[in-house]
Design a protein around this ligand. Sequence first.
Ligand code: SF4
Length: 231
Amino acid sequence: MSPDKKVLLPDMKAGCSLSSSITGKDVRLLKEKYPGVPVVSYVNTSAEVKAETDVCCTSANAVKIVKSLGVKKVIFLPDDYLAKYVASQTDVEIIAWKGICMVHDQFNEKEINDIRDKNPGIKIIAHPECPPEVINASDFAGSTSGMINYVKDNQPSKVMMVTECSMSDNIQVENPNVEFIKPCNLCPHMKRITLPKILDCLENETGEIIMDKNTIDKARLSVEKMVAIGR
Ligand code: SF4
């Protein structure tokens, strides 16, 4: 998105299970198998995958983006659970991929029900990257921003956010009257980014991201299309 800027990554091993589940070649093969079917990819994908994508989406706008295409069938990549969530909210046939977020996949229905039994009156809100049975057992499903707004607007006395647990820490500061119950699932990739590594990166300009112009130009189109649909 900013090819004239220097972009540094504090730890080159900080990846994402969703992003590593699919390659540009996989997308090309899917397009061969389903000719003419538009490809919508979650932002947690590589630039190589975005370069093969018609339009990107976030968890907040995935349903809107899919509906906006006005077609009967969409290839939705790479999160299988988010694809199922989008399918449940639209009449569009979704061709999904087998990717999962290794953090959200750890939650299960029994854990949700146990927490509800132990905390009468609790509101349980889940990210759509969670398995469908977890979403069904929850009071609300929404993107990261959707969950933040739910807590701000409803001010429940007790809440559990079914997502990466650092998220609850951040929101707790802004909502001191809400008690957060936290079954903690941390993302090992996010936790690789530490303050000492950021300092080293800034002082020594290590970990620069270098990309070829062709991939940059192609990948940017799918992100720009998402932004245009959002306007
Ligand atoms: S929590 Fe970690 S694995 Fe899951 S989508 Fe985010 S970066 Fe990827």
